[in-house]
Design a protein around this ligand. Structure first.
Ligand code: ZN
Length: 228
C-alpha cells in the first residue's frame, strides 16, 4: 500500500531526508531540493514499520484529536480529569454548561456552534476564577509584579507576557492539570525578569519550579486534549 505524505523540498537541506508525523496522522517528508522521488519513496518505505507503529499509537490514544460532537457520553477535561457530558434541552431551564456531581450538563438546543460557545464560556469563567489567584500566589513567592492578567481564547499560545508585563493566559489551560497551569503562570511571570527564552530564563523557571520541563513537554504532547 502506498503511504501518503506531503513533500517539502529545501535548497538549504544538504543530504538527509527526514520525516515527521503530525498530530492528525499527516506525514511530511523533508528532503534536499534535488532528491529524486524514487529515493524519497524508498526512504519512506524503509520507515514503514516505524510509521505503522506511530500511526497505530495515535489512533489508540484516547485523546487522539477528534472533533468534539458535544453528545451525551463524551468526556471533557477539567483541571486534568475527564468528566462525562450529559446533554439535553429543556427550554424552561437556564441554557449553558453546568458542572454538577462530577458531570458536565449541557442544556442547549442541538446546535454544534452554540454548544461549543457554552463550553468555551464555562472554561473562560473558570479561568477567570482560577488563574489570577495562581498568578497572585506566584507573584508573591517570586516577587515579580505583573501589570495585569487577561484570559484569552488562544488555541496553542498558552500564555504570554507583553513588553509592559501584562500577562495573558488561554482559557483552554483549565482542561490541564493544576500543576501544568502553575507552570505556565511561573513561565510567564519569569518573563517579567527575562524577556526571552535564553538558558538563563530556563534556569530561573526551573529554579522556581523544578518539574517545569515535564509540564512543558506535557503541553506540547497534549495540545489536542485542550481543544474544544
Ligand atoms: Zn515564554
Amino acid at each position: 500500500m502506498n503511504i501518503n505524505y506531503s513533500l517539502k523540498r529545501s535548497k538549504k537541506r544538504k543530504k538527509t531526508i527526514s520525516l515527521q508525523v503530525g498530530s492528525n496522522s499527516d506525514i511530511t517528508v523533508y528532503a534536499p531540493y534535488y532528491t529524486p522521488v524514487s529515493e524519497i519513496n524508498r526512504f519512506v518505505e524503509e520507515k514503514r514499520n516505524w510509521l505503522d507503529r506511530i500511526l497505530l499509537n495515535q489512533a489508540l490514544r484516547p485523546n487522539h484529536h477528534k472533533e468534539k460532537t458535544y453528545e451525551t457520553g463524551e468526556e471533557f477535561y477539567y483541571l486534568g480529569l475527564p468528566y462525562t457530558l450529559e446533554t439535553g434541552f429543556d427550554p424552561l431551564e437556564n441554557t449553558g454548561v453546568f458542572f454538577r456531581f462530577d458531570r458536565f450538563i449541557l442544556n442547549c438546543p442541538d446546535n454544534g456552534e452554540m454548544k461549543k460557545y457554552y463550553f468555551a464560556s464555562w472554561y473562560q469563567k473558570k479561568a477567570r476564577e482560577h488563574i489570577p489567584i495562581r498568578v497572585e500566589h506566584f507573584s508573591r513567592e517570586l516577587n515579580l509584579q505583573p501589570r495585569g492578567v487577561r484570559i484569552t481564547s488562544a488555541r496553542s499560545r498558552w500564555g504570554s507576557c507583553s513588553e509592559d508585563n501584562s500577562l495573558a493566559f488561554s482559557f483552554r489551560l483549565m482542561m490541564a492539570q493544576p500543576q501544568v497551569i502553575d507552570y505556565v503562570v511561573v513561565h510567564e511571570l519569569m518573563h517579567i525578569r527575562e524577556k526571552n527564552h535564553s538558558s538563563k530564563f530556563w534556569r530561573l523557571v526551573i529554579g522556581a519550579m523544578p518539574d517545569s520541563m515535564v509540564h512543558r513537554r506535557w503541553l506540547r504532547e497534549h495540545q489536542d486534549m485542550l481543544k474544544l
